[in-house]
Write a protein that binds this ligand. Sequence first.
Ligand SMILES: [Zn+2]
Length: 627
Amino acid sequence: MKYYFVKLIITSGLLLFYANNAEGHDYWQQRVVYDMNVNFDVKNHQFTGDQTLQYYNNSPDTLYNIYYHLYFNAFQPNSMMDVRSRTIADPDGRVGSRIAGLQPDEIGYLKVDELMQEDAQLSYEISETILEVSLAEPLPPGTSTTFKMKFNGQVPVQIRRSGRDNLGGVDYSMAQWFPKLAEYDEMGWHTTPYVGREFHAPWGDYDVKITIDKDYVIAGTGILQNPNEIGYGYEDEGVKVKRKGKNITYHFKAQNVHDFVWAADPDYTQLTAQVPNGPILRFFYIPGEETKLWEQLPAYTVKAFEYAQKKFGTYGWSQYSVIQGGDGGMEYPMATLIANKKLSGVRSLQSLIGVTLHEMMHSWYQGMMATNESFYPWMDEGYTSFAESYTSNAILDENKENPIAGSYRSYINWAKSGKEEPISTHADHFTTNRAYSIGSYVKGAVSLEQLSYIIGTDARDKGLLRYHQEWSFKHPDLNDFIRVMEKQSGIELDWYYEYWVNTTKTIDYGIQAVVAEGGDQTKVTLERIGLMPMPVDLYITKKDGSQVIYYLPLTIMRGEKPNETDLKRVTLADWPWTHPTNSFSIDIPLSDIATLEIDPKGRMADIERSNNRYELDEVTIEEKENK
Ligand SMILES: [Zn+2]
């Protein structure tokens, strides 16, 4: 066990990241230090807590108010979350109208018993899931203050993510369970009422003590500080302590995180595995027939961490826990809650590995690079889905040429349905759950793969590592990401994100005409049918089987992607986006050409691929017939 503590000290070199400001960016972020003591009563599912919060105002503004999230208050009949779920066209099956039917002893709540700033009582108002607080003393830039709160809460019957008694029998899934300070940044306060979706909070350190019935095992964010007293989960390291008395106190510490989750059950067992040059992995689950597959999880997860650290950057903490709990899969700092049993049944091995890879990759896109999920759900879920697909492809030997191909198909179907909404929509405000899901998970993943079509795979991959290097333990926004990729590639990208994120305009390029010219030349005419402009890679295959690429960058790229192939590539004049067609001559006689094809690998999300390919023989015959 000591061994791991030595490791913790070594990996806390991650603080170096934190001090590194992204170059050329006048960036600041608030900081919190939480100290919480919680007494949990497993008989009535209620708890009381003392919270000391040190708040550092690193902003250039004097603050007169602060806001906390009280997420548990969403689990009450007629809450915003309840009404939203009952009125949206395609409700989440897990929520439906279940909140409306909760009895007083089944609802969730978080109540504030007392709130002080230093020695002064604070006045506050509770607006459902948001606590609005007027400060006793304004907080000037560059200063800090201490808030002390006494609170009490009730754990709701599990409706969504958090709650008691999930389908698989886990007693307590404790996510978003404490009064949590809202984030303040250059856009101001982020006091998004909870309707069941995104989370965003300041970076900081947590010291959490939870006192609970001695039969309960707790897993969560942070490093357990008193394993000798707990005497659980470290049996293979020779620690055995008999628990005495009625209750036991778990003491956790977590550094540089923006949330703290925990789960508790008397029947949890634990498996551990060490990632070489990475974190220790802990797997907590209720052993039995239904969870037999969890025994296979550590080996896959170790492989996944090894791949992900090379491809996407070093994991920032010394521990990661995969915990059975919740209602699907949900990411938290240093941990995930994964439901083994869903409404559709017990997970298959494929599903269990898939969800674990997904939640684990959130440690990068959300855990370390904590974009505001409400504004950029596609940078959170999309980048995570992208990384999950690549990791899965590598560790399960799937050998897909394009691991994101499935996402292209579903994006294209959705774009053609006419129901698409711009992915710049605030996550809570999409008209349907489906528009949110496809926009975030699918169109977000395609955005990253398609980026490789514009700037090249090498620049995209190096850009992702650079993004991790410059923006870990911060809150990057879209512009921060764009700037990293522009610097890495030397290509301007504002136009790409303007179209892809803020509009639902689609891509469709076609080959309009191919005709013989004098002097053994052929005249090719391409057309932009869709409203979104893109560079064009045109592959010409000759009858002898050899291939040449004709490359048409967009003028507004102010640069060119390097040739990514061993084939000869001819770079043509830039294509101005204003011009619907583009004609040019190539030095290949028409009679030598077999086919022409735009982007044969399908990295551009062209919604109508039938016009991308031009078979010369067939066309010549057709033309003759027409005459
Ligand atoms: Zn996700």
